[in-house]
Design a protein around this ligand. Structure first.
Ligand code: IMP
Ligand code: MG
Length: 178
């Protein structure tokens, strides 16, 4: 499928599943190298990062844990900047090596909010792994420590990312047609 339609918008095939997995394998190798002996705690940011977190975790051949937090900041195809915590963490993060697992860093507001929110609980370290990074859209100073793919400032869907709730199930990533 090279083009798909979600509600009122058309999207074209942009990044294949194979290319996505290649990027994730690279990130996984780097994390294993840096986190061996540290028993990291992954924090998956729902909803968008569920598929990335799953493929990343499968490649962690070191002791590690995962917990989930649910944040919301997006309306339609535009980031609102205001971040809401809809569902909190269960794990205690004090003295833990925390790795935030995000689907995409766009303006950077979500990741900045989350880092500040976690820092208060005194983790041993906080690093960020994102599937996608839009450097041109960044409005904060927060860059990812690990990133599978850098992309231009276009709205995309698939592999966990949605347009108004739809498209998360797609195995490839699609870019909005202007
Ligand atoms: P930020 O706070 O602007 O960095 O946005 C982060 C959140 O907005 C991500 O976790 C996504 O859920 C969502 N988001 C940003 N860009 C896109 C996109 O191109 N497609 C779908 N969701 C996006
Ligand atoms: Mg998200």
């Amino acid at each position: 499928m090279t083009a798909i339609r979600l509600k009122d918008k058309t999207f074209n095939l942009f990044i294949s599943e194979q290319a996505i997995i290649k990027g994730i394998e690279r990130v996984a190798e780097a994390i294993v190298q840096d986190m061996t002996g540290k028993s990291p705690l992954f924090i998956c940011v729902l909803n968008g990062a569920f598929m990335f977190a799953s493929d990343l975790m499968k490649r962690m051949d070191i002791p590690c844990e995962i917990d989930f937090i649910r944040l919301s900041s997006y309306r339609g195809t535009r980031s609102s900047g205001a971040v809401k915590e809809i569902q909190g963490l269960v794990a205690k993060i004090e003295n833990r090596h925390v790795v935030i697992v995000e689907d995409i860093i766009d303006t950077g507001h979500t990741i900045s909010y989350l880092k500040n929110r976690l820092r208060v609980e005194n983790p041993a370290s906080i690093t960020t792994a994102c599937l996608l990074f839009k450097p041109e859209a960044l409005q904060t100073g927060v860059k990812p420590d690990y990133c599978a793919l850098e992309i231009p400032n276009d709205f995309i869907v698939g592999y966990g990312l949605d347009y108004e709730g739809l498209g998360r199930n797609l195995r490839h990533i699609y870019k909005i047609k202007n």
